[in-house]
Design a protein around this ligand. Structure first.
Ligand SMILES: Cc1cc2nc3c(=O)[nH]c(=O)nc-3n(C[C@H](O)[C@H](O)[C@H](O)COP(=O)(O)OP(=O)(O)OC[C@H]3O[C@@H](n4cnc5c(N)ncnc54)[C@H](O)[C@@H]3O)c2cc1C
Length: 407
C-alpha cells in the first residue's frame, strides 16, 4: 500500500467538527486523487473491480484504490476494526459530496462492499467479519452472487442447489445462472438448500466459498452486445466449510432478503450523477447546438430539465431515507421503491443520451460514440429492470409492504 502523498494530509480531521472534516477531505483529495481519476466513468470497464486477477488499467487506478483503501474510504461507513473508514452518516455524506464535486471515479466497484459487507456486518460472526471484510475494503477479493437458478429467479425460494451434511463440512451440488462476472470472481456468496423437508424458505442457508474450490466451474453467457457479463455456474461435489455459513443453518432466507435490500439500494443510486456519471445537461451542451449556452432544441431541453429534476428528487429522497434509518441498517421495503424508480430513471437517462447523440449514438464500433459505448449502455440499462429482482416484483413489494394493499 502506498501512503498518502503529503505530510500535511497524514493528520486526521477533527471528528467533532463536520466543516473541519470537509476542509480536510477537500485538501486530501486535491493532493491524493490522481487527475485521470477525476472524470466520470462511462462504462463498467472504466472502473476498478479488484480481485486476485485484476489488472489495473493504469498506475493512477492502482494508486487511487490504494490511497482510498488505506483510509478505509472504499467502505466509509464500516467500522475501522474491519478496515472501514469508521465515518458516521454525516461525514460519509460529506465525503460523497466532495468526491462528486471533483467528479472522482469510485476507487472500487465491489459486490463485496455493496452487498456482502452489510449482510456480514449484521449476521456474520466476529471471525467471519475479520476474515472477509478487510480484503473487501482493499479490493483484494472479488465476490459473485449465487442466488438465481434456471427455475428460481423471482421465485428465489424455490432454489435447488443442495448442500449435504458431511460432518465437519458440506458437499454442494447444483447450479446457478446469471452470475454476474462469475468467471472473474474469487469467492461466491450463495444460497443453498440444507433442509429439503422444510417449508421452502425455511430450508435455505447462506454460504460462502472460494471459486477455486474443486468442482466449481463457470460458463460465460454471451449477450447481443457481444459481451459476456454473466456466467452459468456449476457445482459438482464442492466442499463448503461449515464455518462459512452466515446467520446460522437454515436461516439463510433472512440474510438473503437483507442483502437484497442493500443490492436494490445500490442499483437505485447507480445511475445518478452524484454516483459519478456526467450530468445530462452537460453532455447535451457539449454535443449539440446552443445559443448563449442554452440548447436550441427546446423539446429536448424540456425533457432533460424534467429528467434532472426527477434525478435530484430521487437523490434527495434516498438521502432523507438514509438519514432517517439507523447507520448501516437496511431501508427495508423502501429499497424496492427506490430500485424501481431509480432503474426507470436510468433507462430514461439512456434514452435521452441516445437522443442527444443522434446518428452517432447508433454507431456500434468506432466513431464518435466511443466504440459503441452509447448503444451498448442503452441496451445494458434494460437489464436494470430485471437484476436484483424485476420491476414487477418491486411493485408487488411496494403494494404489500408500503401501501398495505392485499396480496
Ligand atoms: C444484468 C443482470 C445481472 C444479474 N446478476 C445476477 C447475479 O449476479 N446473481 C444472481 O443470482 N442473479 C443475477 N441476475 C438474475 C436476476 O436476479 C433474475 O433474472 C431476476 O430475479 C428475474 O428472474 P428470472 O430471470 O428467472 O425471471 P422470472 O422470475 O422467470 O420472471 C419472468 C417474468 O415474470 C414476471 N414475474 C415473475 N413472478 C411474478 C410475480 N409474482 N408477479 C408479477 N410478475 C412476475 C417477472 O417480473 C418477469 O417479467 C441478474 C440479472 C440481470 C438482468
Amino acid at each position: 500500500m502506498q501512503a498518502d502523498a503529503t505530510q500535511a494530509n497524514r493528520s486526521e480531521p477533527d471528528p467533532d467538527r463536520p466543516e473541519a472534516f470537509r476542509s480536510a477531505v477537500r485538501e486530501w483529495l486535491a493532493v491524493n486523487c490522481p487527475e485521470s481519476m477525476r472524470s466520470p466513468w462511462r462504462t463498467e470497464a472504466d472502473v476498478c473491480w479488484g480481485g486476485r486477477g485484476w489488472e489495473f488499467q493504469s498506475a493512477d487506478q492502482r494508486l487511487w484504490l490504494e490511497r482510498m483503501a488505506a483510509r478505509g474510504w472504499t467502505a466509509p461507513g464500516w467500522p475501522r476494526e474491519y478496515g472501514g473508514g469508521g465515518l458516521d452518516r454525516e461525514r460519509a455524506k460529506i465525503l460523497k459530496e466532495e468526491l462528486a464535486r471533483i467528479h472522482a471515479r469510485p476507487p472500487l466497484m465491489s459486490f463485496g462492499i455493496s452487498m456482502l459487507g452489510p449482510a456480514l456486518l449484521k449476521f456474520g460472526s466476529e471471525e467471519q467479519k475479520r476474515q472477509h471484510l478487510p480484503p473487501v475494503v482493499r479490493g483484494e477479493i472479488r465476490w459473485a452472487q449465487g442466488y438465481s437458478e434456471p427455475n428460481a429467479g423471482s421465485d428465489l425460494a424455490s432454489l435447488q442447489a443442495r448442500c449435504e451434511d458431511r460432518g465437519d463440512h458440506f458437499i454442494l451440488n447444483g447450479s446457478k445462472i446469471w452470475t454476474s462476472y462469475g468467471d472473474f470472481a474469487d469467492w461466491m456468496f450463495c444460497l443453498v438448500r440444507t433442509d429439503s423437508g422444510a417449508r421452502k424458505q425455511a430450508g435455505i442457508s447462506f454460504v460462502m466459498f472460494d471459486m477455486a474450490t474443486l468442482g466449481v466451474t463457470t460458463r460465460p453467457i454471451r449477450l447481443i452486445s457481444g459481451k459476456s457479463p454473466f456466467t452459468e455456474t456449476f457445482f459438482e461435489d464442492v466442499r463448503v466449510e461449515k464455518d462459512q455459513v452466515i446467520g446460522g443453518l437454515n436461516q439463510g432466507w433472512t440474510v438473503a432478503k437483507y442483502l437484497l435490500t442493500h443490492e436494490r439500494e445500490m442499483i437505485a443510486g447507480a445511475g445518478l450523477s452524484s454516483a459519478g456519471s456526467t450530468p445530462l445537461s452537460k453532455t447535451a451542451v457539449h454535443r449539440l447546438d446552443t445559443e448563449n449556452g442554452v440548447l436550441r432544441n427546446s423539446a429536448l431541453r424540456a425533457d432533460i430539465a424534467r429528467f434532472e429534476m426527477d434525478e435530484q428528487c430521487l437523490d434527495l429522497t434516498i438521502e432523507r431515507a438514509r438519514d432517517e434509518t439507523q447507520a448501516g441498517a437496511s431501508l427495508g421495503a423502501f429499497a424496492s421503491m427506490f430500485k424501481y424508480y431509480g432503474t426507470e430513471l436510468n433507462m430514461r437517462r439512456q434514452e435521452l443520451l441516445m437522443a442527444i447523440g443522434g446518428y452517432d449514438s447508433l454507431v456500434w464500433e468506432g466513431g464518435d460514440s466511443d466504440d459503441g459505448h452509447m448503444p451498448k449502455s442503452w441496451l445494458r440499462s434494460k437489464g436494470n429492470s430485471i437484476e436484483g429482482g424485476t420491476s414487477e416484483i418491486q411493485l408487488n413489494i411496494v403494494a404489500k409492504h408500503i401501501l398495505g394493499l392485499p396480496g
